[in-house]
Ligand binder design. Sequence first.
Ligand code: SF4
Length: 262
Amino acid sequence: MDKKILLIIAQNGFRDEELLEPKKILKEAGFSVIVTSETKGKCIGSHGVEIESDISLNEINASEYVAAFIIGGPKSPLLMELDDVGIIMKDLKDSNKLFGAICLGPMVLASFDLIKGYAATVYKTEQSLSMFKEKNVSYVEDRIVIDRNLLTANGPLAAKEFGEKIVFLLNKNKEEYEGKRYKIIYHKKECIGAFACLAAEPKSWKQTDDKVDLIGAKVDVGEGDQVFVKEVDDLENNLEAAQCCPVNCIHIFDKKTRRKIL
Ligand code: SF4
């Protein structure tokens, strides 16, 4: 089945290259790109490009998409007035899928209270910065900002990079979902040798001097030589082991839902 990505544009006054460049990159990467606007059909860019959108916003079933993005441009703030935009993006966000916006698009996400507590960039104007402040979004002055499953870019000059980042993040996520379901992460440096983990799950842990080892774990490259990772499909009693660790040095991550369980 095609992996579908949704691009949301203003009917008149989206920024041409912010739509066209990422769209081309996403298609070349093998994704199916669907463009939506308030009504299906003719849309005009702020620099004169004319395109036909594929579907109207009120016909979108968000669950069909692996990611969705709001394209910027001078009239993109008008998308704040369309409840369907908020509903679609909330669905993506709540499903832990990749979502985001470019240029003034992040303002639209902020207006629907979807990026409260996130770090994000936006095309810098008095209005966009004041919207971020009002909606508790941490503004970062950069071309591209990634925070959890949110990707934002600050304008047309970042359009190509925006498209490339979407491809990179979606392919990265695909790799994360592959393999075993859970990741057990053990910070050995913090272990105080209370051995509660060993008592809860003796098949996975073994005593080594004054600490424990997670049997079969590998050093987490990039995290230093005291962080160990083991991937498993069955947690057995490792959730209990992690819960009873007095210094919380065992963490469990569910790769499928992309949520940290503990
Ligand atoms: S419960 Fe935590 S502190 Fe105690 S031995 Fe296990 S990992 Fe170390």
